[in-house]
Design a protein around this ligand. Structure first.
Ligand SMILES: Nc1ncnc2c1ncn2[C@@H]1O[C@H](COP(=O)(O)OP(=O)(O)O[C@H]2O[C@H](CO)[C@@H](O)[C@H](O)[C@H]2O)[C@@H](O)[C@H]1O
Length: 751
């Protein structure tokens, strides 16, 4: 949509009250200035002021063109709107100036520490008072909706002398490079640069943009497609000091003109809360999106007393099943991402039982969470400024947050609010759908006709209520976590009753393989490998580092410390999906081999008992660790030689990716994401990454594992090749984030 960014206006001034505007961009009305770039209204204000072309009126023109009274009236109305927009921009600019000068002074005090920075930003005047953060969403829908407490009028702009400001720029920028994250630095640098421009008398006169106060000719700029970018706007104008335009030229963000505001909403987010892979994704995908230049937020419930996030002071109330719930919001800015946690008594202290309780309890928790999450961009100031609802996309994950797209539509978009906000729904696991009797719809608090989205016929149970179905139908785009799973979802076996809905919505479905957090899951930096005899290692130190970790694991678990015995690991939820029972069937065969088996998991009681039983039956060979231990998961990944993943279905699977990064060779059932990510070993071409088997049967597992053990024992070179190829893959989130960006952009331009 090149035309969206190509705003080109000519302003003709007749008298002070008759400013006429001819817009060439037909689609612009769909993307109002503020809605399109709320984050960078400051930047935009300057570029906008440079793009308008004032033409001095001669007084001879026929101002209405055809002389019609109606046209004249309409044009006057339009002009008034433009002036109103300008006034609003001035207000926002004033606020940005305040923000920049507060950042400058804090940087000058050597206090640009992320946490304290956020603390300051969040202690905006009156931010603790709910009544002052009373956002009139209907009136402000076109822009970055700022809480009333953060609005400042032009009159309120603190008197800051130009020289004082410019004197601080160099210092600020230098210290920023050393002290703050790239995203913050980029924002502040951008802001300080613009502040310089704003304080230049050649651009500003008496706080007014030059086009409003002066009649000097400013060259019109045809700005192609730069609307969403934070940094790509580079207004060229004759009367601006050239040095302020050319100095500290930086490459544009990787996302270029596609920069958006993105809010990922998830029921868990590592490292604060995690029961499985969803937590990992929520903790790491946003960082990769932020690295591409997007402004990114994660919204999750606050289950415990987390150290980093601080109370923003914002309070809101939501009704669930007729009951009033007050929620508050905690926020931290980490690795370029705003992490916002929603606090309510119903989330408190259930971090070890996130999806526990009875069906209605879970349902009510998720209703409250989703209702509150959709409004976060209006209410929660991050770095002093709310995200607003323009140029915004939500990413909802699995059934727990499938109500986000539904509420976005039913409460807001259907009513002309949040018109430019979009939603992407990510399927991590379709086996859990938020099913219940049709009566559960009453808890949703939605218009009656919305029931059709939720109602689904099931051959076994008849009509039922299904939250996953509603999310799938309502979201603007749907993503799942591998190509293989995207295909499987459309089959009656893989779709778990939703295959028809998936097929009907195939046009908006795409598979994107998960990445891994290259800091968290990296043998060179892994913090869990720095004690108890473990060691960090890399490809270069694999020969010594991995055997040391193996010995440390054997010692820690009380197994015989033997470098030659293959250690086989399993990590995962103990349920039907993960195929633990297939391992159980293979245990008698395994125990006939000279191997050690280490299993870590929690879940189904019978499978937990089985792990304990194996350990007691084969004390010198098997360890079954029942429980959830992130540290142990990292240590098994580093210390084991082989990782078993016999999952019956696996949307993506992260453990096999972690394993390969640590030089641990995977043996997997070729399904879903496992098939996508583990290319089978080919001994003739010395290619491939591990062993796969084509159906979830124990004899197939035994066959694949047997070949793997043979190679481990007898073909050391081939084994090293497998490890080397696994470790040298780029499995980082960066590729996946680029693909997510394509989806976000597609959603944004979907009407
Ligand atoms: N007992 C334990 N102690 C410590 N850590 C444990 C643990 N049990 C599991 N974990 C950890 O939880 C994560 C599990 O991730 P997976 O992707 O393998 O599975 P999960 O089925 O939860 O995720 C779903 O979502 C993800 C993300 O999209 C998909 O990859 C996957 O296929 C899909 O089923 C890993 O980080 C693993 O180390």
């Amino acid at each position: 949509m090149a035309s969206i960014g190509s705003v080109r206006f000519i302003i003709e001034t007749k008298t002070e009250s008759s400013v006429f505007l001819h817009g060439k961009n037909q689609q612009r009305s769909r993307f109002p200035v503020f809605a399109y770039r709320p984050k960078n209204a400051f930047n935009f204000a300057v570029s906008l002021s440079l793009r308008f072309k004032p033409v001095r009126a001669t007084g001879k023109e026929d101002i209405s063109g055809d002389g019609s009274e109606d046209t004249l009236q309409a044009t006057i109305e339009k002009s008034k709107k433009v002036l109103a927009i300008q006034r609003d921009l001035l207000r926002q600019i004033a606020e940005r100036r305040k923000l920049v000068s507060s950042i400058q002074s804090s940087v000058g005090d050597h206090e640009v520490d992320r946490t304290s920075h956020e603390q300051r930003e969040n202690s905006l005047p009156n931010s603790g008072n709910t009544s002052t953060i009373d956002v009139n969403m209907l009136e402000q829908q076109n822009g970055a909706v700022l809480p009333s407490s953060v609005h400042a009028t032009a009159d309120e702009v603190p008197e800051t002398s130009s020289s004082a400001i410019s004197g601080g720029h160099a210092k600020v920028e230098k210290e920023l490079e050393q002290n703050v994250s790239p995203t913050t630095a980029s924002f502040v640098k951008n802001s300080t640069k613009l502040l310089k421009e704003m304080n230049s008398e050649k651009v500003w006169s008496d706080e007014m943009p030059s086009f409003l106060s002066s009649t000097s000719e400013i060259s019109t700029i045809n700005d192609e497609n730069n609307g969403g970018s934070n940094e790509s706007t580079s207004p060229k104008v004759d009367n601006v000091e050239s040095d302020s335009m050319t100095e500290d030229t930086k490459p544009p963000p990787l996302a270029g003109a596609n920069v958006m505001n993105v809010i990922l909403v998830a029921a868990e987010c590592a490292p604060w809360s995690k029961t499985g892979g969803l937590g990992d994704v929520a903790g790491s995908l946003p960082k990769a999106l932020a690295r591409r230049g997007h402004r990114v937020m994660v919204v999750a419930p606050r289950y415990g007393n987390y150290a980093e996030p601080l109370d923003t002071g914002v309070r809101k109330r939501y009704k669930v099943d007729g009951q009033d719930f007050e929620v508050s919001y905690f926020q931290a800015f980490i690795d370029g991402v705003d992490f916002v946690f929603i606090e309510s008594p119903i989330f408190r202290h259930i971090e070890n039982n996130i999806y526990g309780g009875n069906r209605l309890d879970i349902l009510k928790r998720m209703v409250l969470f989703c209702k509150a999450a959709v409004e976060v961009p209006w209410h929660v100031p991050c770095g002093g400024v709310c995200y607003g609802d323009g140029n915004l996309a939500f990413i909802a994950n699995d059934w727990h947050t499938a109500l986000v797209p539904v509420y976005l539509k039913a409460y807001y978009r259907d009513n002309g609010v949040m018109r430019y906000a979009r939603s992407v729904f990510v399927i991590h696991n379709i086996a859990y759908q938020g099913r219940g009797p049709v009566d559960d719809f009453s808890y949703m608090d939605l218009p009656e006709h919305y029931i059709d989205l939720f109602k689904l016929y099931d051959p076994v149970g008849g009509d039922h209520f299904n939250i996953f179905a509603a999310g799938l139908k309502t979201a603007d785009r749907v993503v799942t976590v591998s190509h293989g799973y995207a295909w499987e979802l459309k089959t009656s076996e893989g779709g778990w009753g939703l295959h028809n809905i998936i097929s009907e919505n195939d046009w908006k479905l795409r598979g994107i393989v998960n990445g891994i957090d290259a800091k968290e899951w990296n043998p060179l930096f892994d913090i869990h490998l720095t004690s108890d005899g473990y060691t960090n290692y890399s490809l270069e130190t694999l020969d010594t580092g991995k055997p040391q970790c193996k010995a440390a694991l054997q010692k820690e678990l009380g197994l015989p410390i033997r470098p030659d015995v293959p250690v086989i690991g399993f990590i995962g939820r103990l349920d039907h999906q993960k195929g633990v029972d297939l391992i159980a069937e293979a245990v008698p065969w395994m125990m006939g081999q000279d191997v050690q088996l280490v299993m870590l998991g929690s879940g189904r009681q019978d499978l937990e008992d089985m792990l304990r039983k194996f350990e007691s039956q084969h004390t010198g060979k098997v360890r079954g660790w029942v429980g959830f231990s992130v540290k142990t998961a990292h240590r098994i990944t580093a210390g084991a030689d082989i990782l078993l993943m016999p999952s019956r279905f696996e949307p993506c699977g992260l453990n096999q990716l972690y394993a390969m990064t640590y030089g641990t060779v995977p043996v997997v059932h070729a399904v879903g994401g496992l098939r996508d990510t583990v290319q089978p070993f080919d001994p003739f071409n010395e290619s491939g990454l591990g062993w796969t088997f084509d159906s979830a049967e124990s004899n197939k597992l035994i066959n694949a594992l047997g070949n793997c053990l043979l190679t481990y024992r007898q073909y050391k070179k081939s084994w090293e090749g497998l490890q080397r190829r696994g470790m040298t893959q780029d499995l980082s989130w960066d590729h996946a984030a680029e693909k997510y960006e394509e989806i976000l952009v597609a959603a944004k331009y979907q009407w």
